[in-house]
Ligand binder design. Structure first.
Ligand code: GLU
Length: 485
């Protein structure tokens, strides 16, 4: 069988979107499953919307997700360059071929003329299609327009290509994901393949690049289905082999609208900043359209690749459940080795002076605070009281816990005894201490609340013995002294 060659072709007009990451993943999985090649191509023909920062973000995000490309920028490959702006010399030859074959023509219409056509269509409540005004210009007419200083764009002649290769205007293709798809090409209109400034448009450049890079399978979002019909006609007009296409359903927000910033993060780098692990993110994203045959959802990309069948990908839209992603992220955090987790948490602890703790104390702190973490960034708040002299005590804790007579009694008693406490043996000491108050009718829970509130400013949190051990006797004593009246 022919080697599968798939690609992801992001336009660098923003940071790598989670939807593009899903498309990249499905291409990657298909390549891995079949022993094929996964290619990256940067589609930056729209210079105004492109920026190097976005290109860097796309590279970094794909790498962080483990979606390493076999050919592309940075890596090279036999059919490069893989950045469209570096390929501008390549396209004119194919434009010329289409002109020579009569499948394309020069269009001299000005933006104003085209705008007027559009307005006319809107007025008549008709879908706009270009009038083909320039399709049959004579050489003299063209020369005259040129002499006026007009530079032509090149349009593709949809009807001519359709008539040359299809019996009816209804063009079909068999989609790998969605099955038979068709469109009435008489509704398409002659579209521009090269602008008057010489830059190719997406539908044209994508065909030339996919053809030259020998891409034989194109997996992308279903928002490109209408483009596919245009692209098929271009392939045919060039006498090139048409790749197989597979269109994925869209990713929607929980409210079924388009996923946007208002729902939460949308760019991969933004998820990472917010404390998601890329392993969890890529696992979660795989489930937007793919389901494991054994029902076990937590899997590495390698495991998913073994179980991946493009025909089984769901053709419907998927809902991006942030809650499920959070749950999954928590599961991945739980699986991390302590030292690995401790390292990964550091970027979220920049506001603290980590030098206040020894390496051993730091690891101990992570060990006792990791349990409830859903996001790595949850650590920022969870460990606040380990740093600085005194914790922030919120008003409610002050009033409902620290100001009570019981708490004051408990805390005074701690101060009476603390000098004699062996901080290496706190478990037994606290046990004994709780017992002492229990005999006086004070519930063990209240005893511990008083100490916790004084030392951490909170009523719940990590293991009490651990907190006291890490803070050490002096700090604990000072914090209690500060709240005792
Ligand atoms: N540059 C296009 C995009 O980002 C690529 C579409 C395609 O895969 O053909 O949407």
């Amino acid at each position: 069988m022919e080697e599968i060659r798939v690609r992801i072709a992001p336009s660098p007009s923003g940071n790598l979107h989670i939807g593009t990451a899903r498309t990249a993943l499905f291409n990657y999985l298909y390549a891995k499953k079949t022993g094929g090649k996964f290619i990256l191509r940067i589609e930056d023909t729209d210079a105004e919307r492109t920026s190097q920062a976005y290109i860097d973000n796309i590279f970094d995000s794909l790498k962080a997700l483990g979606l390493n490309w076999d050919e592309g920028p940075d890596v090279g490959g036999p059919y490069g360059p893989y950045t469209q702006s570096e390929r501008f010399d390549i396209y004119p030859k194919y434009v010329q071929e289409l002109l020579d074959k009569g499948f394309a023509y020069e269009c001299f219409c000005t933006p104003e003329e085209l705008e007027a056509e559009k307005e006319e269509a809107t007025k008549n409540k008709k879908a706009y299609v270009y009038s083909k005004k320039c399709e049959n210009l004579t050489e003299e007419e063209k020369a005259k327009l040129r002499a006026e200083g007009r530079k032509p764009a090149i349009r593709f002649s949809v009807e001519k290509a359709q008539k040359a290769f299809h019996d009816t205007p209804i063009v079909h293709f068999e989609d790998l994901v969605k099955g038979d798809l068709h469109q009435d090409t008489s509704l398409i209109g002659d579209f521009v393949i090269m602008k008057s400034n010489g830059s190719p448009t997406y539908n044209f450049a994508v065909v030339i690049d996919d053809m030259l890079m020998k891409i034989n399978t194109v997996i992308r979002g279903e928002d490109h289905i209408s483009n596919t019909f245009k692209q098929i006609l271009i392939y045919e007009a060039l006498g090139a082999e048409i790749p197989k296409f597979g269109h994925l359903g869209m990713i929607l927000a929980p409210d079924r609208s388009k996923l946007s910033k208002r729902h939460g993060a949308t760019a991969v780098s933004e998820f990472v900043e917010r404390g998601y692990l890329t392993d969890a993110l890529i696992n979660f994203v795989a489930l937007l359209g793919w389901s494991p045959s054994d029902g076990e959802e937590i899997k590495t990309v390698d495991e998913i690749a073994k179980d991946f069948r493009i025909h089984e990908v769901s053709s419907s839209n998927s809902i991006f459940e942030y809650d499920k992603l959070n749950w999954m992220n928590g599961q991945y955090i739980k699986k991390l080795e302590l030292k690995d987790l401790a390292e990964r948490l550091k970027p979220y602890l920049k506001k603290y002076d980590l030098n206040e703790l020894t390496e051993e104390q730091y690891l101990h702190m992570v060990e006792i605070t990791r349990e409830p973490l859903t996001l790595l960034s949850d650590i920022t708040d969870a460990v606040e009281y380990f740093f600085g002299e005194y914790p922030t005590i919120d008003k409610e804790v002050q009033e409902t816990v620290l100001d009570t007579e019981t708490s004051q009694t408990v805390l005074k008693e701690v101060l009476n005894r603390i000098d004699g406490w062996d901080f290496n043996n706190l478990h037994e000491i606290l046990e004994e201490f709780r017992g002492y108050f229990k005999e006086q009718g004070i519930k063990p829970k209240l005893t511990m609340w008083a100490i916790r509130a004084a030392v951490t400013g909170r009523t719940r949190g990590a293991d009490m013995c651990g907190i006291l051990e890490i803070l050490g006797k002096d700090k604990v004593k000072a914090r209690i002294q500060k709240v005792v009246k």
